[in-house]
Design a protein around this ligand. Sequence first.
Ligand code: ADP
Ligand code: MG
Length: 242
Amino acid sequence: MALVEIKNVHKNYGHLEVLKGVSLDIEKGEIVTIIGRSGSGKSTLLRCINALETIQAGEILLEGQAVSADMRDLRAMRQKVGIVFQAFNLFPHMTIERNVTLAPVLTGKVEKPAARALALSVLERVGLADKLRAYPEQLSGGQQQRVAIARCLAMSPHLMLFDEVTSALDPELVGEVLKVMEEMARQGMTMVLVTHEMNFARNVATKLVFMHQGRVWEQGDPKSLFANPQTPELKSFIGHHS
Ligand code: ADP
Ligand code: MG
């Protein structure tokens, strides 16, 4: 059984059909990158996976269990799926430690006395153990994004979703965030990323998904697809992004 099974998913916003029958399996430990033009449905697909959106038809299974906005165990499901967006959304009036431990403490995942150790361990994984007492505004964009990743890690997710997490960063800060994600990949985290970072898609990902007009247009081994796109649409996309 795949960790995530996406079966013939259709998603509309009113009359606009945004996902037109998307099917995709994500195995445990896989690093899946989703590429495609703006408006092709990449963000919508990610948001469907953790039920930030409802779907009109089809099915999404996480660890064999159907995901939906009205599922009984929505909160439990969300704790298994971390999502990081382009905007880091840290709480500006809270220290980095508190930002990272808020959810685990509130959900009872960790007792308050153990929270600092948890914060230290996840901040260490993103190279920011020395920023425990800092506030978000004292950090660079790249550091804030790494904190946002650490905040997800603090919930011990089974799956992490990243939606263009480096797109808003100054170019010189992109590398440090990619490095953190690469390290997570190496440690076996299952990850799905929407990204424009073609080097990451080619060299780190285990699967490449090209979306076009609400459909999975091509999917497969990244290196083969980059070397040998099967459709003119992917060929042209790669041409414009490398
Ligand atoms: P991508 O991430 O590939 O750029 P999106 O999934 O964000 O694409 O959007 C796919 C399509 O759905 C676009 O045409 C977009 O305008 C539309 N869309 C996205 N979110 C909404 C929304 N909340 N309401 C209406 N239309 C939306
Ligand atoms: Mg998007």
